[in-house]
Write a protein that binds this ligand. Structure first.
Ligand code: SF4
Ligand code: F3S
Ligand code: FES
Length: 248
C-alpha cells in the first residue's frame, strides 16, 4: 500500500543552499533513490541526482540519508516509519556541484598518486603464481565499488579540509595495503604510506568500515596490518641501524 512520505531534500549549489520540504508518494518495495526519481518526475524536474545501476554496484548514488552516509539505491523505505521526516543531503566531505551531486575529484587525484602494481621484471604474464590466501585477500579489497562513503565519513578529512593534501583516505590506503601485501609486488610501499599518503593520520576509528556497502573490513584487514608493517620496520633494530648509517 502506498503512502505519502515527508522529505527534506538539500537543494542548492556551490554558492549555498538549504533543505526543501516535499511530500512524495511511496510505493511498496521502494528505495530512497526511487523517491528522488519520483520527485524529479513530479515536482522538481531540475533536481540533480547522480546514479547509474540502481543495484548497489556502481557507487554513484552516495548521499547522507537522515545524516547517515549510504547508497540511496540500497536504502529501503521500509526501514523508515511512515510518519518519519527523511532528510537527504549530499555527502559532506566533497564540494557540492548541485543538489545531491558532489565533486569527488579528490578521490581520483588520490588514486593517481598510488604507484601501480609492480611485479618482478623477469616474470612474464602467465607465470604469476599465488597462494589462494593471497588471492582471497586481494579479492576482498577489490570488491570496492568506489562509492567514496569511507572517504566521506573519515573524520580526518570530513572535519579538516587541510588534511586533504597529506591524507589519501581509507580507500587508497587500502589500495596501498593491498599492493604491499601482494606477494608479487616488489615496490617498497611502507615509507611512502607513512610519509606521502598519511597513514599516521588514521587513528583506527573504523567509521570507514562501518559505512562500506561492500562490507570490506577496511580497518582490520588493510589499515591495521599496514600500520603494523610500518611499526615493525620502524622498531626493527637492523632497519634503525641502516637508517642511522645512511642518513649520516
Ligand atoms: Fe565504498 Fe567500501 Fe570502496 Fe570505500 S572501500 S569506496 S566504502 S566500497
Ligand atoms: Fe579514518 Fe577509517 Fe582510519 S575512518 S581514521 S581511515 S579507521
Ligand atoms: Fe549504483 Fe546506487 S545507483 S550504487
Amino acid at each position: 500500500m502506498g503512502y505519502q512520505a515527508q522529505f527534506k531534500v538539500w537543494r542548492g549549489d556551490a554558492t549555498g543552499g538549504d533543505f526543501v520540504d516535499y511530500r512524495v508518494e511511496v510505493e511498496e518495495g521502494e528505495v530512497v533513490l526511487d523517491i528522488m526519481h519520483r520527485l524529479q518526475a513530479t515536482q522538481a524536474g531540475d533536481m540533480a541526482v547522480r546514479w547509474n545501476c540502481k543495484a548497489g554496484k556502481c557507487g554513484s548514488c552516495s548521499a547522507e540519508v537522515n545524516g547517515r552516509p549510504r547508497l540511496m539505491c540500497m536504502a529501503r523505505m521500509s526501514t523508515f516509519t511512515e510518519d518519519e521526516t527523511i532528510t537527504v543531503a549530499p555527502i559532506r566531505t566533497f564540494p557540492v556541484i548541485r543538489d545531491l551531486v558532489t565533486d569527488v575529484d579528490f578521490n581520483y587525484h588520490k588514486a593517481r598518486e598510488v604507484p601501480a602494481f609492480a611485479p618482478p621484471e623477469d616474470l612474464a604474464p602467465g607465470e604469476y603464481r599465488m597462494a589462494q590466501v593471497d588471492v582471497d585477500r586481494s579479492q576482498e579489497f577489490r570488491k570496492c565499488i568506489e562509492c567514496f562513503l569511507c572517504q566521506n565519513v573519515c573524520h580526518v578529512v570530513r572535519d579538516h579540509e587541510e588534511n586533504k593534501e597529506p591524507f589519501a583516505g581509507p580507500r587508497y590506503l587500502m589500495r596501498i595495503a593491498e599492493l604491499e601485501m601482494h606477494p608479487l609486488d616488489v615496490r617498497d610501499r611502507q615509507e611512502a604510506a607513512q610519509d606521502d599518503h598519511g597513514l599516521g593520520y588514521c587513528n583506527i576509528t573504523k567509521c570507514c568500515t562501518e559505512v562500506c556497502p561492500e562490507h570490506i573490513k577496511i580497518t582490520d584487514n588493510a589499515l591495521i596490518p599496514m600500520k603494523e608493517r610500518v611499526a615493525d620496520r620502524k622498531y626493527d633494530p637492523l632497519v634503525w641501524l641502516g637508517r642511522k648509517i645512511f642518513k649520516r
